[in-house]
Design a protein around this ligand. Structure first.
Ligand SMILES: Nc1ncnc2c1ncn2[C@@H]1O[C@H](COP(=O)(O)OP(=O)(O)O)[C@@H](O)[C@H]1O
Ligand SMILES: [Mg+2]
Length: 251
């Protein structure tokens, strides 16, 4: 792994080389190919593309939720004081607990529809990752709630909130344990354009405050063009018989 990415001069958090994921359902196959992907600390990355082009497939691999079909190299180096971890080797040795621990500790994930637990209060939802990691209450949850404009909802259940408020809770939950990386899968897809723009800039601003690296998927570029994200290049092609769709992502 090279010491620094040319783009920002920062150490690399992710280094992927020849990573492939093939998925198949009902006789139709999809293949995501990543010949090369380097993400440096502090970068803000966006994968923008139409539905079905493989955005969630890539994000789920970066979050160690989905196992690549094959990988030339898949390295992850969340902190500068440790060497790069060989994610592919963990998958090959079925070290699922280790992969889960890395995800919990270093990654915050914002899901498209929030993914909040309906039986926990907003405060409990936002504190969940901190509790799992044994982190005490240092005021981070209150600080985030304040910034996200949901402080008055901390004692409520998610069902009592609007869609936009729930998405803001989901963003707070993903950041509350101060992860090195925040992955967001279409975090504003269920919001109207005005709310989407607002929530997106809140999200990116907070991720910057927390020094988190951001990896974001969206089907719309319009709302995030001004936020200074580096857009990954991708190209989707279909075979003549339409039985194979392939997306190649580079960045
Ligand atoms: N669980 C699954 N099993 C089999 N194929 C899947 C599964 N999820 C997605 N796919 C296939 O992978 C393609 C890419 O899906 P996805 O990564 O979810 O795209 P996006 O997030 O860009 O909408 C889909 O078109 C579908 O064919
Ligand atoms: Mg998706």
């Amino acid at each position: 792994m090279s010491a620094a990415a040319p783009k920002s001069g920062q150490p690399l958090i992710y280094l992927l080389h020849d990573v492939v994921k093939t998925r198949e359902s009902e006789g139709v196959a999809f293949r995501l190919r990543v010949p090369s992907l380097q993400i440096a600390r502090g970068e803000k990355i966006a994968l923008i593309g139409e539905s079905g082009c493989g955005k969630s497939t890539l994000l789920d691999m970066l979050a160690f939720i989905l196992r690549p079909s094959t990988a030339g190299a898949f390295r992850f180096r969340p902190q500068d004081d440790s060497g790069p971890l060989d994610v592919d080797a963990y998958w090959q040795r079925d070290r699922h607990n280790r992969l889960g621990d890395m995800r919990k500790r270093h990654i915050g994930y914002v899901m498209q529809t929030g993914g909040l637990l309906s039986y926990l209060s907003v405060r409990e939802n936002m504190s969940l990752c901190r509790s799992v990691l044994g982190m005490g209450d240092d005021g981070t949850v209150e600080h985030l709630a304040e910034k996200l404009g949901i402080a008055s909802h901390l004692g409520k259940l998610p069902d009592a909130l609007s869609t936009g408020e729930r998405q803001r809770v989901a963003i707070g939950r993903a950041l509350a344990h101060r992860p090195e990386i925040v992955i967001a899968d279409e975090p504003t897809a269920s919001l109207d354009p005005y709310a989407a723009e607002n929530v997106m800039s809140l999200f990116i601003g907070l991720a910057e405050d927390f020094n988190s690296t951001v990896i974001l998927a969206s089907h719309a570029w319009r709302n995030i063009r001004e936020l200074g994200l580096r857009r990954l290049a991708h190209r989707t092609t279909r075979s003549a018989d339409r039985k194979l769709t392939q997306t190649v992502v580079r960045g």
